[in-house]
Design a protein around this ligand. Structure first.
Ligand SMILES: [Zn+2]
Length: 401
C-alpha cells in the first residue's frame, strides 16, 4: 500500500482522513488490564515495546543530565523524551540526521519521544511573535531569528527520528480564557497541518488536546483531536500554573472522551502524586523534568517527604536518603556522604540524586502497573497517596530550609 498516496477517503459526500493510511501498523496499543479508569497496556514502537503506564525521564539536550544510557537502563527507564527546540538550535537536526538519528547519536537503544518545540518557543514570551501560520522567535543561545510552523516542526522531528513525535501546538496561559480559545482553535488547525506534513511510517505522530482549564474548551478540543487519525493523544497545557483541583477536573472531563484503543500522554507532569492521580484517571504516558531538576537542586524524593540534602542536619547522618528505597544510591551511600559531595560541588552528587529520584518515579509506576494487573490498584491507591501527598512534601521542604 502506498502510504503517501492519499490522506483522504470519500465517505458519503464528505472527505474523511483515511486512518489505514496514516496510523502505521507497527504502533499497536493493547490494553492488558484495567481497573476502573486505570489502565495497563503495551505500545509497540520500532525500538521496542513500552509497558504502560510509563514514566519518561527528560533528556533535553539528548542526554538525561548526569546519567549515562547504561545507568538509565539499569534504572528500568524505557522511554526518554528529548526537546526539538534545543536540538534544532544545537547541534541542529540535520547534523543529528547525518550522525544516524537521535537513537544513534545519544546511544539510547529504546523508544524516544520528541516534543514539537511549541512549548519552549511559546515560553520565550519576550522574543516571539505568533501568527496563524507559525511562530517567529529568537534563539536563547545566540539571539538569531528562527521560524517554526507545523510543517517545519514535523520536518525537524523527522530528522531527529524519535519513535513518538508531537504535533505543533500552542500552549497558552490557562488564566487568560479568551486567548485560550484562540490558541486552542489555532492548535486544531495546526494539528491537521502536522498530520498532512507527516511522512515517516516509523514515527507515531500524537495529537494534543488544549483548552486551558476551561472545561467547555477542553471538551471541544478532546472531541476534535479524537476525530483525527492520531495513533496516540496527548493532553497539553497542564502543570503550567493551574491548581491541582483544576488539573484533576480537566482530566476528569477529557480522558472519558478519548478513544480507549489509543495511548494517552499527559505532557510535563509531574510529581509522584500527579502520577498516581493521572493513572487513576486513565493516563498511560508521563514525562517530567522534576526528578533530575530536583537532583540539581540537591533535593530528593523520600517516603518521609522531600529532603534537601544540603541541610546541615545531614552532615553526620549515616542513613541512606530513604531507608525504604532499593536504588543504587540508597543501597550504597549515606546522607552524610551525599551532603559532602554537594558542599564540595562534586558532580557525582547530581548523578546519585538523579538515580534515586528517577528510581522513585519508575519503581512507583511499575508498582502501580503490577497492581492494575493484579486487580489491587483500588485498594492500594489511598496508601500511595498518603505516602506521596504534595502537602507532606511541602511541609518537609519548609522544615528543611
Ligand atoms: Zn534511593
Amino acid at each position: 500500500m502506498d502510504f503517501h498516496r492519499t490522506r483522504f477517503l470519500m465517505i458519503g459526500k464528505s472527505y474523511r482522513w483515511d486512518i489505514s493510511l496514516i496510523i502505521p501498523p507497527m504502533f499497536e496499543f493493547n490494553l492488558v488490564a484495567r481497573q476502573d479508569n486505570a489502565r495497563a497496556g503495551t505500545f509497540q514502537t520500532p525500538h521496542g515495546e513500552l509497558r504502560t503506564p510509563v514514566f519518561a525521564p527528560v533528556g533535553t539536550q539528548a542526554t538525561v543530565k548526569t546519567l549515562t544510557p547504561d545507568q538509565l537502563e539499569d534504572l528500568g527507564a524505557s522511554l526518554v523524551l528529548s526537546n526539538t527546540y534545543h536540538l534544532y538550535l544545537r547541534p541542529g537536526d540535520e547534523l543529528v540526521a547525518e550522525m544516524g538519528g537521535l537513537h544513534e547519536f545519544m546511544q539510547w537503544p529504546q523508544p524516544l519521544l520528541t516534543d514539537s518545540g511549541g512549548y519552549q518557543v511559546f515560553s520565550l514570551s519576550d522574543t516571539r511573535k505568533i501568527d496563524d501560520d507559525g511562530v517567529t522567535f529568537k534563539s536563547h543561545v545566540d539571539g538569531s531569528t528562527h521560524r517554526f510552523t507545523p510543517e517545519r516542526s514535523i520536518q525537524i522531528q523527522k530528522n531527529l527520528g524519535a519513535d513518538i513525535i508531537m504535533v505543533f501546538d500552542e500552549c497558552s496561559d490557562p488564566n487568560d480564557r479568551d486567548y485560550t480559545r484562540i490558541a486552542m482553535e489555532r492548535t486544531h488547525r495546526w494539528a491537521e497541518r502536522s498530520l498532512q506534513a507527516h511522512r515517516r511510517t516509523d514515527q507515531a505522530l500524537f495529537g494534543i488536546v488544549q483548552g486551558g482549564v476551561d472545561l467547555d474548551l477542553r471538551v471541544k478540543s478532546a472531541e476534535f483531536i479524537s476525530s483525527l487519525p492520531f495513533p496516540g493523544i496527548a493532553i497539553g497545557g497542564l502543570s503550567v500554573g493551574e491548581t491541582k483541583a483544576e488539573m484533576h477536573a480537566t482530566l476528569d472531563v477529557v480522558t472519558p472522551l478519548l478513544p480507549e484503543n489509543k495511548p494517552r500522554y499527559l505532557m510535563g507532569v509531574g510529581t509522584p502524586e500527579d502520577l498516581i492521580q493521572g493513572i487513576a484517571r486513565g493516563i498511560d504516558i508521563f514525562d517530567c523534568v522534576l526528578p533530575t531538576r530536583l537532583a540539581r537542586h540537591n533535593a530528593a524524593f523520600s517516603s518521609e517527604g522531600r529532603l534537601n540534602l544540603m541541610n546541615a542536619v545531614y552532615a553526620r547522618d549515616p542513613r541512606p536518603i530513604d531507608e525504604t528505597c532499593g536504588c543504587y544510591t540508597c543501597r550504597t551511600f549515606t546522607r552524610a556522604y551525599i551532603r559532602h559531595l554537594i558542599s564540595a560541588k562534586e558532580s557525582l552528587a547530581g548523578t546519585l540524586l538523579s538515580i534515586h529520584n528517577l528510581h522513585t518515579m519508575i519503581s512507583l509506576v511499575n508498582e502501580i502497573r503490577a497492581a492494575i494487573i493484579e486487580g489491587t490498584f483500588e485498594s492500594k491507591i489511598s496508601l500511595w497517596l498518603e505516602q506521596w501527598h504534595g502537602n507532606a512534601e511541602r511541609v518537609k521542604m519548609k522544615a528543611d530550609q
